[in-house]
Design a protein around this ligand. Structure first.
Ligand SMILES: [Zn+2]
Length: 123
């Protein structure tokens, strides 16, 4: 699919985000490799921000309390897990049996009804 607004992270943005990982053991040895991975795998500064935030929020020390820096391979995995865009939707399928092409469906939860994005608009 053609994407007209394809962006790339900036060098300054990458470096600023990467510094947030500097407390991890092994960061100094890995930082240039991590920078290279982020440069090729992240799609914008905002994406880099979310990748780094996910690492900081989920990384835990091992049994001995050692908190190691993510390896390039781990960073690639993190980058792939995190969507490049926050709200990834596509135009509704006009033959969709659920929404009939509106992109919305009515959901009823505990007696309350509301509109929800139809699954046909998800990537
Ligand atoms: Zn639909």
């Amino acid at each position: 699919m053609a994407n007209a607004e394809q962006e790339k992270p900036t060098d300054a943005g990458l470096k600023a985000q990467l510094k947030r990982l500097s407390a991890y053991h092994g960061y100094d040895e890995l930082k240039y490799e991590l920078l290279r991975v982020l440069k090729t795998n992240a799609s914008s500064d905002e994406h880099v921000d979310r990748i780094v935030t996910r690492i900081l929020d989920t990384r835990r020390p091992n049994e001995t309390g050692f908190l190691s820096c993510p390896t390039p391979a781990e960073l690639i995995t993190y980058s792939k897990e995190i969507p490049a865009r926050l709200h990834q939707t596509k135009p509704a399928d006009k033959n969709c049996p659920i929404c009939g092409g509106s992109g919305w469906r009515i959901v009823v939860l505990r007696g309350m009804s509301g509109a929800d994005r139809c699954p046909c608009t998800r990537r």
